[in-house]
Design a protein around this ligand. Sequence first.
Ligand SMILES: Cc1cc2nc3c(=O)[nH]c(=O)nc-3n(C[C@H](O)[C@H](O)[C@H](O)COP(=O)(O)O)c2cc1C
Length: 213
Amino acid sequence: MAREISLFEAIRTQRAIRRFRADPVSDEAITRVLEAAIRAPSPGNRQSWYFLVVRDPETKRRIGEYYWQATLEAQREPGYAQIASSPVYRSADDLARRIGEVPVMVLACVEVRGGAAGPPGRGPITLGAAIYPAVQNLMLAARGLGLGTCLTTRHRRFEREVKELLGIPDHVETAALIPLGYPAEGEHFGGSRRRPTTEVAFYERWGRKKASA
Ligand SMILES: Cc1cc2nc3c(=O)[nH]c(=O)nc-3n(C[C@H](O)[C@H](O)[C@H](O)COP(=O)(O)O)c2cc1C
């Protein structure tokens, strides 16, 4: 069992992990990360989220095939060549080749019903806001247990096929496919590169930086 880490250490060191050891992930660990996911905020506290945990090798393989087909499609699109050689995309394409073999997949899903049953607001930003806070909680809790994750969305090019394979009803969409497992040798938590708050945070008015102390 990994040592307990503080909330702030988990936040600081959580990052995209795309290579995993074959070691199994216990049901207890899965339950703990799901319990963290459902603590997230949601519009009107409607909690219109579902989490589909996939361990079955054949099901993962078939989802992985769709994911790889989606990647091949993306690679054929104009503009992909310019980004394909960046470390992030190389790593993402590498995951795409092997995602069907990860220890666990979690599909984070959200209801798309309108009216009182669905998220309020206008458009996709609020629909995303109804599920991604829970995804972030899930990934942070996983980090707390020493488990790596990566928020991925490429499978959505085959949303209909993936939903059919898993029996997901029409009024539910998949928002993220999250591989989950213990990081492989060479993978590491921490060290992510981020724009500093001095660049992205403003005070009182757009563009106004914090007065130096
Ligand atoms: C909405 C969203 C979609 C993403 N889709 C993918 C994806 O399809 N495949 C992938 O490998 N990573 C995906 N990522 C992960 C990002 O590439 C990753 O969070 C970013 O590069 C930062 O990585 P780091 O935390 O290791 O620095 C996605 C992240 C977000 C927030």
